[in-house]
Design a protein around this ligand. Structure first.
Ligand code: GSH
Length: 203
């Protein structure tokens, strides 16, 4: 299995999931600016969207989108319980969708953009307040998004980590702050973030 990633991008969630479930994969670093992998391959031939993550199975089938890749990885190791079944499965999809659309693309992608206007960034900051308040309310009195750690937490770990660069004030959201500290107690999260931070720094 191959995983296409960029250091500290949302593809970090796939690495966390692989480490949480003790699965091996070959990681290929992608530079989306050039559209090339580290070995010089044309990444658009693998993922025409030129976005990470992408996953290629040993049979050569390609899967893209966090909301598809993360449950796929979790379902390969059902005993690890990172993608529950029954009604909780739809709650997992609910969180993957919320993280992907409301936090990743609506808040953090604009705030991380080097080219977006201050006006557009102000709109994203406004949007952040209600979304973070909702997340903080949900996390109050609970450890993880679902009853147990799931791939939605892996995705949220990657997205919230961008606040190191964006620097939204998280002090009104103590449950999110406690959640981030809790994430960092997990060996797989620590290992994945440590490795990608080193790769990011070395770039
Ligand atoms: N909807 C996609 C979003 C993927 C995405 O936005 N990836 C970003 C990194 S977090 C990317 O590849 N950006 C490179 C670019 O925009 O050139 C998913 O969930 O996989």
């Amino acid at each position: 299995m191959d995983i296409y990633f960029s250091p500290l991008a949302c593809s970090l969630a796939s690495r966390i999931t692989l480490y949480e479930t003790s699965q091996a994969a070959t990681f290929h670093r992608v530079d989306t600016k050039t559209g090339k992998t580290a070995s010089g391959d044309d990444y658009r031939a693998i993922n025409p969207k030129n976005l990470v993550p992408a996953l290629r199975t040993d049979d050569g089938a390609v899967l893209t989108e966090n909301a598809a890749i993360l449950p796929y990885l979790a379902d390969r190791r059902p005993d690890a319980g990172l993608a529950p079944t029954g009604f909780a499965r739809y709650q997992l999809q609910q969180w993957l969708s919320f993280i992907g659309s409301e936090l990743h693309k609506w808040v953090f992608t604009p705030l991380l953009s080097p080219t977006l206007s201050a006006e557009s960034k102000a709109v994203a900051k406004d949007a952040a307040a209600s979304r973070l308040a909702y997340l903080n309310d949900h996390l109050t009195g609970r450890d993880w998004l679902l009853d147990d750690f799931s791939v939605a937490d892996a995705y949220l770990a990657a997205v919230l980590n961008w606040n190191q660069a964006v620097k939204l004030d998280f002090s009104p959201y103590p449950a999110i702050q406690a959640y981030q500290a809790r994430l960092m107690t997990r060996p797989a999260v620590q290992k994945a973030m440590g490795e990608e931070f080193a790769l990011y720094q070395a770039a």
